[in-house]
Design a protein around this ligand. Structure first.
Ligand SMILES: C[S@@+](CC[C@H](N)C(=O)[O-])C[C@H]1O[C@@H](n2cnc3c(N)ncnc32)[C@H](O)[C@@H]1O
Length: 204
């Protein structure tokens, strides 16, 4: 678990003491199923791919449009592309303070994913992207730098522009879990948490 000195995180911890508690519902998959596509690359996301079908069925999510913030080598992008007509992956492709590989990955990842015609990759900061996109999406996956401020800003927009929003790393980064709690509070959406594979929030 990674705690950091981030003002927005500790301000939210303090502010949360005075607000009603947000229930976090444990997500227990009814079945697991490997998607038709998986990519043989390193990823902390491994394991999540086997519950995507369960999430889509359980919450009756459409399968037309999916948006992802945080692609890196494309593991989650390819898994998601097994289920959606189109997946747009938005990433700076320079890594961030929480990733180990800080190389420019745009060409390498684009080339690896070029075989999948329903995936479109865009090099962009999420802040620029959300200024010009009106959505809506069936699902948005948020897996960018794991600060409270960025997860909250990107996640609140995502929750308002999708039926179902996923957030990776709720168990390994307390800042991600706290940001999702605050988004759940502000949007009235339910917060389910899958505890395996570093944690996945499902906001519906
Ligand atoms: C944890 S990795 C994504 C892992 C990926 N989802 C997987 O399946 O393994 C986080 C990614 O977020 C990207 N990122 C960080 N801050 C960003 C920002 N402000 N806008 C867009 N992408 C960002 C980084 O470049 C990095 O590739």
């Amino acid at each position: 678990m990674k705690f950091e000195l981030e003002y927005a995180y500790w301000a939210s911890v303090a502010g949360g003491l005075l607000k009603p508690k947000v229930p976090v519902i444990q997500y227990v998959p009814r079945h697991r199923q490997l998607p038709s596509r998986t990519l043989p690359v390193v990823s902390a996301w491994k394991g999540i791919e086997s519950i995507l079908a369960d999430i889509l069925e359980r919450f009756q999510i459409g399968t037309e449009r999916c948006l992802e913030f945080g692609v890196e080598f494309g593991y989650s992008t390819v898994a998601l592309s097994s289920y959606f007509d189109s997946v747009t992956g938005v990433d700076l492709f320079y890594g961030d303070k929480h990733t180990t590989d800080k190389r420019d990955l745009f060409h390498e990842t684009s080339s690896q994913l070029s075989a999948y015609e329903n995936i479109k990759l865009v090099r962009s900061d999420y802040r620029d992207w959300i200024r010009k996109d009106d959505g809506p999406y069936d699902m948005i996956h948020v897996d960018i730098v794991h600060t409270y401020a960025d997860t909250f800003a990107c996640g609140l927009w995502s929750a308002m522009h999708s039926k179902c929003t996923l957030f990776h790393d709720t168990e390994s980064f307390p800042a991600v879990k706290l940001a999702v709690k605050e988004i759940s509070r502000q949007t009235g959406k339910k917060f389910y948490n899958f505890e395996e594979s570093n944690g996945l929030a499902i906001l519906v």
